[in-house]
Ligand binder design. Structure first.
Ligand code: NAD
Ligand code: ZN
Length: 357
């Protein structure tokens, strides 16, 4: 048996107001004449956070458009612009949700690796370390702050640049930054974490490492979405740690059915990760009975609407396209259903599941 020897984030700071330490954290990483580039989620245009970014010298804020999930084309264009303007940069700091953090990771790698980011979609294809990179979440749940991947939609596939060079050099976990997120968005991204926990804990790849983090993350998700009567600062604190622990849990296991099916939706329909996972989870009683029951309870308690009927008018070709993408996620299916997963999750079975969404 070959055990995974995984690379982690190098430095972690956690705490309310820890964003204020960013200038100090970046100081020793600055290279003469090369600026720090701050990728700020476009939500923060004109918001107070923008004026708190510690700009020095030629540093620049780049507002990144995350209306759609990151694409290889967008990554390549951002890297090309930075190279044209500055030659090289000291570092890239991604401040935003999972999409912004993924863009920061990918562009950091493309500042030093030749070709297109699409060439590196897969496992361990990246050969050179990127430039220094920092992740600062403003939404909690994806675990993108700790993961060794950056999920990109390319010309032929939606797949991450999974590599030992992908994790951030530094993350800044400041729960204050998540406090004004709208309730729906907070729920969808938070459920990404809840679903990571269920898929990891119910999966066949589970070991004590994944279980320890997964159980803690699940407990924190429950405190926030089941036990709390009203959202408060403690919820932001707890969900940020849930996201971190949930990410650590899947680092040594894998996600499962909800993610495998939701990837098909996002490839064909552009459905975003958090909400897509929720749409699928709503129909997974057969695979995760207890988790789905609790999920439905949380949806109701938090007054969230989960869209239905999104596949109602699709053609058989479109269903086929989603099924192909989904069945391509082999490790996810194997984690969820075991080595013989192909006998369990047939095309017909998956077609029926998509038909319900
Ligand atoms: P997101 O980054 O896509 O952002 C969702 C929306 O929330 C955007 O409109 C954004 O502008 C807005 N937003 C961000 N912070 C806000 C705040 N504080 N207040 C109000 N609005 C805010 O959402 P997400 O759910 O965090 O991330 C999903 C993305 O993460 C997907 O692209 C997915 O592929 C990726 N992902 C990556 C990994 C990984 O390991 N790399 C894991 C899971 C998901
Ligand atoms: Zn996820």
């Amino acid at each position: 048996m070959q055990f995974r020897n995984f690379k982690m984030v190098d430095y972690v700071v956690y705490g309310r107001g820890s964003f204020n330490q960013l200038d100090e954290i970046l100081a020793p990483r600055r290279k003469e004449n090369f600026p720090m580039i701050f990728f700020l989620d476009h939500f923060f245009v004109g918001k107070p956070l923008a004026s708190r970014v510690p700009l020095r010298g030629k540093d620049k804020i780049v507002y990144v458009d995350v209306t759609h999930e990151p694409k290889t084309k967008q990554v390549d264009a951002l890297a090309a612009e930075l190279k044209a303007e500055f030659g090289q940069v000291s570092g890239i700091i991604g401040i935003g949700g999972g999409s912004t953090m993924d863009l920061a990771k990918a562009v950091s790698l493309m500042m030093t690796n030749p070709g297109s980011s699409a060439d590196y979609q897969g496992w361990d294809l990246v050969k050179q370390a990127g430039v220094y990179k920092v992740g600062i979440p403003t939404l909690s749940g994806t675990g993108a702050e700790v993961s060794r991947t950056t999920v990109l939609t390319g010309p032929v596939r939606k797949l991450g640049m999974n590599s030992d060079f992908t994790p951030f050099d530094q993350i800044v976990l400041d729960p204050e930054l998540t406090q004004n997120a709208p309730a729906n968005q907070r729920f969808y991204t938070g459920m990404d974490c809840y679903i990571h926990c269920i898929e990891s804990l119910e999966g066949t790849f589970l070991n004590e490492f994944s279980k320890s983090y997964g159980e803690k993350a699940l407990e924190l998700c429950r405190k926030v979405f089941v036990e709390k009567q009203k959202w408060d600062d403690e919820c932001d604190d707890q969900l940020m740690m849930a996201s971190y622990a949930g990410g650590m849990s899947i680092a040594y296991s894998q996600v499962g059915v909800a993610h495998a099916v939701s990837y098909g939706l996002s490839f064909l329909l552009g459905t975003k990760h958090g909400i897509g996972n929720c749409i699928v989870m709503n129909h997974l009683e057969e695979y995760y009975p207890a988790g789905v029951k609790e999920f439905k309870y949380m949806v109701e308690k938090n007054n969230i609407e989960i869209p239905t009927g999104i596949c109602a008018n699709l053609t058989e070709e479109q269903f086929d396209a989603m099924i192909n993408v989904s069945l391509g996620m082999k490790p996810l299916w194997e984690n969820a259903l075991g080595k013989d997963w192909e006998k369990i999750m047939t095309r017909e079975k998956l077609r029926a599941l998509y038909g319900k969404l």
